[in-house]
Design a binder for this molecule. Structure first.
Ligand code: SAM
Length: 528
């Protein structure tokens, strides 16, 4: 659920389940798979792709589609087109002879792209260790085929014949020389696996002149950027750090929120359709954990507003906010609307919720889903920055002065680094930088100070992120309480201690709770 100035479009509109532009890259590829020629590929934007030279392979396969997409990602930085492994563009099946086969191929290609993206650092290190010379200068197709082959052999533990598939793929696209090189490399990998001698990124391994430090070894082994692992090593125990890194590389778990809290009926419907759905441990009245998102996304439930795809950690932020029927709620950074819609649904049709967001297009998603879920009478949207809203720009009262309403409860779900959702966003770890983190912390300070001024005396401000960085979370709140002595941290008695830190913050961690990482603080303004 990370968003913010750096966020790419979501892979699919998780709330309504409609495919967005981000999933469309697969459609032309799959169509060509069935028309029998992948040579004249165009990009997802519909433009003819100038580079790389397109493969001349006769029939596309999941592997060739994944290769083409990985090359494009490398050359265009087109990370935003990555799908979630479990998401599905329902459009992908149109126009092909056998939609089921098309979807399966799409799913496999997507999983390969996400897996290689996630494991990139480890795979490249492994190839460096296996090669006799440096592999960095290898051409994009070759580098990506090596990553794909090694990913399937080492991470997915596929049998050695997988190497042949990639060698044939290169031959098909007339890269015979490269095929010989890849053949040699992947054979070395399979021999090393068979002999139990695969190079291990452990402390002291690698180049004798610059052996790996313990933290470098962890960063490579679990394929996370070194700067992130270094930060986490400062505030997690070695066991927790390893568990967190492992959790970020595990198959993500998905949950849905039943619109109107009708979980029992939804569970029955899903189970009748063969989708495994069990009540959430954390929010059993509203959320179901789901196995089989593909099927769910293809079914009617999202399109007809029966449910939204939402992580339980995001749901708990709304539980922390605890909106009550009849209240006036402000969601300062509302798009795409997951928390706003859950908050409105908890108010049982009574009261109002103003959803602000700087991003007008994303705010459309809030409006559309509110319509689907029958909540338009309660939710009003306004495309504006929180700072402009506070300054009263665009809103005047009868006397002509800027009108700024105060609210019973204000939610600031701030733009953040998103380090709590790396498990669901394969590419995110490589796109974040320490500099961005600093900028985000500054933006959060500005937004917190603005949000504080919109809370009624006696009202509540909830600050939340999907980050696990103390700078964006605990430290941010401790500094806020220094700046705003008329606010106090509330102990959320209504939430289970299992989701709270000792200080009384909502604190969800992927390796502890099996959900996304999330943080929340409930701050009550003194009744003056
Ligand atoms: C974490 S996302 C919000 C997710 C949302 N609360 C939900 O549950 O679906 C942060 C949002 O903040 C918005 N944003 C960033 N800067 C903003 C600002 N200055 N004022 C208002 N919204 C802003 C982004 O456009 C983004 O949609």
């Amino acid at each position: 659920m990370l968003c913010g100035p750096w966020q790419s479009p979501r892979h699919f509109d998780a709330l309504s389940g409609r495919a967005t532009q981000s999933a469309r890259w697969l459609l032309p590829l799959i169509r060509r798979a069935y028309s029998g020629n992948v040579s004249a590929a165009s990009t997802s934007s519909g433009k003819a792709a100038a580079t790389p030279r397109q493969p001349q392979q006769r029939f596309a396969t999941a592997r060739s589609i994944a290769l083409q997409q990985l090359v494009r990602i490398e050359q265009e930085g087109a990370f935003s087109n990555l799908l979630s492994e479990d998401s599905q563009d329902t459009d992908s099946s149109r126009g092909v002879r056998d939609p089921t086969a098309g979807l399966l191929m799409a799913k496999k290609a997507t999983a390969l792209v996400a897996g290689v993206t996630r494991w990139r650092l480890y795979l490249d290190w492994l190839m460096e260790m296996i090669a006799t010379g440096p592999t960095k200068r290898t051409r994009p197709h070759v580098r990506q085929v090596l990553r794909l082959g090694a990913y399937e052999l080492v991470i997915l533990k596929e049998p050695p014949y997988v190497a042949n598939e990639y060698i044939n793929l290169l031959k098909d696209i007339r890269k015979k020389e490269a095929a010989n090189f890849v053949n040699a490399m992947l054979r070395k990998v399979t021999r090393a696996i068979e002999a139990g001698q695969l190079p291990e990124p452990v402390e002291g391994a690698g180049d004798a002149s610059t052996p790996l430090t313990a933290v470098q070894a962890l960063s490579i082994r679990h394929s996370h950027p070194l700067w992130m692992v270094k930060r986490w090593a400062d505030h997690f125990s070695p066991e927790d750090l390893t568990a967190l890194l492992e959790a970020n590389n595990r198959k993500p778990q998905y949950a849905v929120r039943a619109a109107g809290g009708d979980t029992a009926a939804l569970q029955t419907e899903l189970q009748d359709a063969g989708i495994e759905a069990v009540a959430s441990l954390f929010l059993p009245g509203d959320f179901l954990q789901v196995e089989g998102m593909q099927q769910l996304l293809m079914g009617p439930w999202l399109r007809n507003g029966r449910c939204s795809v939402q992580d339980e950690a995001a749901g708990l932020v709304v539980a922390l906010l605890d909106p009550q029927p009849g209240e006036a709620i402000l969601d300062c950074c509302a798009a795409p609307g997951g928390k706003a819609l859950f908050a409105a649904s908890r108010m049982r049709g009574l009261g109002s919720l103003l959803a602000l967001d700087i991003n007008e297009a994303r705010l459309d998603l809030v409006r559309n889903t509110a319509l689907l879920q029958g909540l338009t009478h309660m939710i009003r949207t306004q495309a504006t920055s929180l700072q402009d809203y506070l300054a009263g720009r665009g809103t005047v009262d009868v006397t002509g002065s800027p009108a700024v309403q105060l609210f019973d409860r204000v939610l600031l779900d701030a733009p953040c680094s998103g380090t709590g959702v790396l498990g669901k966003r394969a590419d995110l770890r490589w796109r974040r930088t320490p500099e961005q983190l600093l900028e985000l912390v500054q933006l959060q300070v500005t937004l917190l100070d603005a949000a504080a001024q919109l809370v009624k005396p006696g009202g509540v401000l909830v600050y939340s992120t999907c980050s696990i960085e103390p700078d964006e979370n605990e430290q941010q709140i401790l500094a806020f309480l220094q700046r705003w002595p008329n606010f106090a941290l509330q102990q959320p008695e209504h939430l289970s201690p299992s989701v709270l830190s000792t200080q009384g913050f909502l604190k969800m961690l992927p390796h502890v709770h099996g959900t996304d990482g999330a943080f929340g603080a409930s701050l009550r303004r003194h009744a003056e």
